[in-house]
Design a protein around this ligand. Structure first.
Ligand code: NAP
Length: 310
């Protein structure tokens, strides 16, 4: 499989398997995380040749960025990395609100730069729409930050189709991030085709459907983190998902590989998906996911896998 791709129309070249770092310091998302394990995850990513790391303010309210910044500095690795971060969340009296205003986003980028110990963020996304700031204005704010050299590329995440088009009215958008996996296919209707047509990289989040597509769960599995509120992990839907994953397991066995690798390789076979950012709680999971680069799917295999989950 081709190992690197450029992001959108930028000259940022990334290894096709990056690292999604929401479990690095993301204490507000997952219980019992340990900062040292978080730093080891980043070290493992760097040792494994990963050059694309995805973080956000909301992952630990800045903690993920801080831990990444520490390891990158310790390793002197800044120049060979493409670091992506996101902003829009604001803590007000202990509650989280969304803000896409120019003033707020500009302030957030300055804070992210400090936490990441860098003078430029390679890719900065507006994390969620705030429901009031016009999307064209948000794009304008990020363009201004790009022109000033604070960020190198413009990203947006969690926009609906209408918002995506509005954001890209002046053609500024370079990378779009949205949920997409074999289990969650909504992006195929409008978002993915739009990105493909307009030369925008599509980076899927929850590429392993939060671990469901690794094939490790049984019907008795219980969850105490963000998965407990996810309908994919509940009742009849969860049981149906397990049946489909069993079929995926059979494909993996036939190809002499693992279920997670097939699920990730399938994503990499989709148009506009230039790179993926699977997450991990432990270094061995991260190393394991990197083996996906050895998996090659034929068009027929990709279609068969696609149909299992239709
Ligand atoms: P994911 O990649 O679908 O699943 C990752 C989880 O699956 C891991 O934390 C681990 O959890 C399990 N896992 C991973 N590799 C495994 C392996 N080889 N064997 C067994 N289990 C394995 O979900 P995600 O990490 O939440 O999403 C990926 C990235 O997307 C995030 O890290 C974040 O950077 C980004 N993201 C962005 C948004 C957004 O709004 N833009 C939203 C969500 C995520 P357990 O060990 O606990 O099972």
């Amino acid at each position: 499989m081709e190992q690197t791709r450029a992001l959108g129309r930028t000259n940022l070249r990334v290894k096709r398997i990056g690292f999604g770092a929401n479990a690095v310091g993301g204490h507000n998302l997952f219980p019992n995380l340990n900062d040292e394990t978080g730093k080891d995850l980043v070290r493992t990513a760097l040792d494994g040749g990963v050059n694309f790391i995805d973080t956000a303010f909301i992952y630990g309210l800045g903690r993920s960025e801080e831990l990444i910044g520490e390891v990158v500095q310790e390793r002197g690795a800044r120049d060979r990395l493409v670091i992506a971060s996101k902003g829009a969340h604001k803590e007000v009296n202990g509650q989280i609100e969304l803000d896409n205003s120019r003033e707020f986003l500009r302030g957030e980028v300055e804070k992210s730069l400090k936490r990441l110990k860098t003078d430029v963020i390679d890719l900065y996304y507006v994390h969620f729409p705030d429901g009031k700031t016009p999307m064209s204005e948000v794009a304008g704010t990020l363009k201004e930050l790009k022109d000033e050299g604070k960020i190198k590329a413009i990203g947006a995440s969690n926009l609906d189709f209408q918002q995506l088009q509005e954001f890209n009215a002046d053609g500024y958008l370079e990378v779009f991030q949205s949920e997409y996996s074999l289990i969650q296919r909504d992006a195929e209707k409008e978002l993915l085709p739009y990105c493909e047509k307009n030369g925008i990289s599509f980076i899927p989040y929850f590429p392993l459907a939060s671990g469901l597509l690794t094939g490790k769960f049984t019907k008795d599995a219980a969850f105490d983190d963000i998965r407990k509120d996810n309908p994919q992990f509940q009742g009849e839907t969860f049981l149906q998902n397990l049946e489909k994953v069993d079929k995926l397991k059979a494909v993996a066995e036939e190809k002499g590989t693992q279920t997670a690798h097939i699920a990730l390789a399938w994503l990499l076979s989709r148009p506009a998906v230039d790179a993926i950012i699977p997450g991990a709680k432990r270094p061995d999971q991260l190393k394991n996911n990197l083996q996906t680069l050895d998996v090659q799917l034929t068009e027929d295999e990709a279609q068969y896998i696609s149909d299992i989950f239709k």
